[in-house]
Write a protein that binds this ligand. Structure first.
Ligand code: AMP
Ligand code: GLY
Length: 426
């Protein structure tokens, strides 16, 4: 069997890592991949958004399954295009990606299907948005409707922040058409978590809960990033909460999609806020999480390929998923300045030392090889140092022990990944 993974981040390296273990796969490719996926698969220099080139490659190489990482490729309709040519592709079709690509649609969908979420209103101009917020008062959350690479959400506490957000969205039109509409919603106070499930269009297979760390600095300070670290399972999501998430969020969503005749296959990623032990849905994503996939890949005991195939072909309820006992933690190492401006092409040192460590794996994100074959930085999030252990505290210690061995100029990372879970497990 020939498999192509689309994407070049840490999430895709984690998917390749799991797929590599499968004996049925003869040829494994990643487009475009990074210096990490290059070790496990053949990197193909095609952009994840160049669907016609991906299609030609699939036909030429007789690809049997395409696994799509990034939301942009999905929202562009990669699944529809490849499926039309008879190429099996894991992920939702273009129409179904609306649950992530329009926050206005997602919120109204949640309302229609009684999925618990923050109260909200939708506006398409600055005057009405401002008038509503003046009446409502601060704090409040303003979200650009469309895909904004995680930058379109403003949690507003002061008038200055409010004016800045409105200027950014409506006057500077920073998000283009993605900012033509906004969702204005109540600010929920609680603890965030991610929950993952996979659907085959009919049935759903729950995966696991995880916690990401979006702010750049320790103590959840600083600007939001793509995610600075994650662990799974999240002790916050105990058995009772897991049941609530399934019954109030995952099942009603899958049923709602069916009722609205939206065929939904692929990952259903629920971004949750847990408030007084009750789950509220902040957002849907239609893909695996990054960096959550990295620890999930290390914790997953069984093979990933049959699960992905059963999502595409049907019969997901006949598959099962097994997790190792214990925990996995991923600490992201980022370029100096990220999530703002940063420099690339810094030499990464120490990776060989980490390779000798047991139960530690370094997933690459923004990395590539230079002309001499040295691994250098090539993006904002560079590496995801990921560990596994039966005890949470051991996993955390191991991850940071490995982090200490790695160096590149300007490297920064959070030193508190996992502290919330440790506190809860005490
Ligand atoms: P989203 O892309 O909708 O998940 O929002 C990005 C981030 O903004 C979330 O991870 C939260 O940290 C924050 N956020 C979004 N909606 C709310 C809300 N209603 N209350 C508090 N924080 C929120
Ligand atoms: N963990 C954040 C994301 O994947 O969007």
């Amino acid at each position: 069997m020939n498999v192509l993974v689309v994407g070049g981040g840490g999430r895709e390296h984690a998917l390749v890592y799991k797929l590599k273990a499968n004996r049925e796969i003869k040829n494994l490719f990643t487009a475009p991949g990074n210096a990490g996926t290059e070790k496990l698969s053949q990197n193909v220099n095609i952009s994840p958004e160049n669907i016609s080139e991906i299609k030609s490659f699939c036909i030429k190489e007789k690809i049997d399954l395409v696994v799509v990482g990034p939301e942009n490729s999905l929202a562009l309709g990669i699944v529809d295009d490849l499926s039309k040519s008879g190429i099996k592709t894991f992920g939702p079709n273009k129409r179904a990606t609306i649950i992530e690509s329009s926050k206005a649609f997602a919120k109204e969908f949640m309302q229609r299907h009684n999925v618990p979420t923050a109260d909200f209103c939708i506006f398409n101009n600055i005057q009405d948005t401002k008038a509503y917020i003046d009446k409502h008062g601060l704090p409040i959350v303003i979200k650009a409707d469309g895909l904004c690479a995680g930058k379109g959400v403003f949690v507003v506490h002061t008038n200055d922040e409010l004016n800045e957000a409105l200027k950014d969205i409506f006057i500077n039109k920073r998000f283009g058409v993605a900012g033509e509409k906004v969702v204005v919603e109540e600010k929920l106070i609680g603890e965030e978590a991610s929950f993952f499930a996979i659907s085959d269009g009919e049935k759903v297979l729950p995966l696991i809960g995880a916690q990401d760390h979006k702010p750049a600095f320790d103590g959840d300070k600083g600007p939001n990033t793509g995610g600075m670290g994650a662990y799974t399972p999240a002790p916050l999501i105990d058995r009772k909460l897991y049941q609530k998430v399934m019954e109030r969020i995952i099942y009603p969503t899958i049923e709602g999609l069916k009722q609205e005749e939206i065929e939904y296959k692929g990952v259903l990623y629920a971004g949750l806020m847990i408030k007084d032990n009750e789950p509220y849905l902040l957002e849907f994503n239609c893909r695996f999480g990054d960096p959550e996939t990295q620890p999930m890949a290390m914790l997953m005991e069984n093979e990933l390929l049959p699960i992905l195939l059963s999502s595409v072909e049907g019969g997901i309820d006949k598959t099962e998923i097994k997790w190792k006992k214990g925990y996995s933690i991923c600490v992201v190492l980022a370029s100096g300045g990220y999530p703002g401006k940063y420099e690339k092409c810094k030499i990464i040192q120490g990776l060989e030392d980490v390779q000798k460590m047991k139960d530690v794996y370094v997933f690459h994100a923004g990395t590539k090889k230079d002309k001499e074959g040295k691994i250098i930085t090539n993006g904002g999030r560079v590496l995801g140092v990921t560990s596994y252990a039966e005890k949470f505290v051991t996993a955390q210690e191991k991850a940071y022990e490995a982090v200490e061995k790695i160096y590149f100029e300007g490297m920064h990372y959070r030193k508190d990944i996992g502290n919330k879970a440790l506190w809860r497990l005490k």
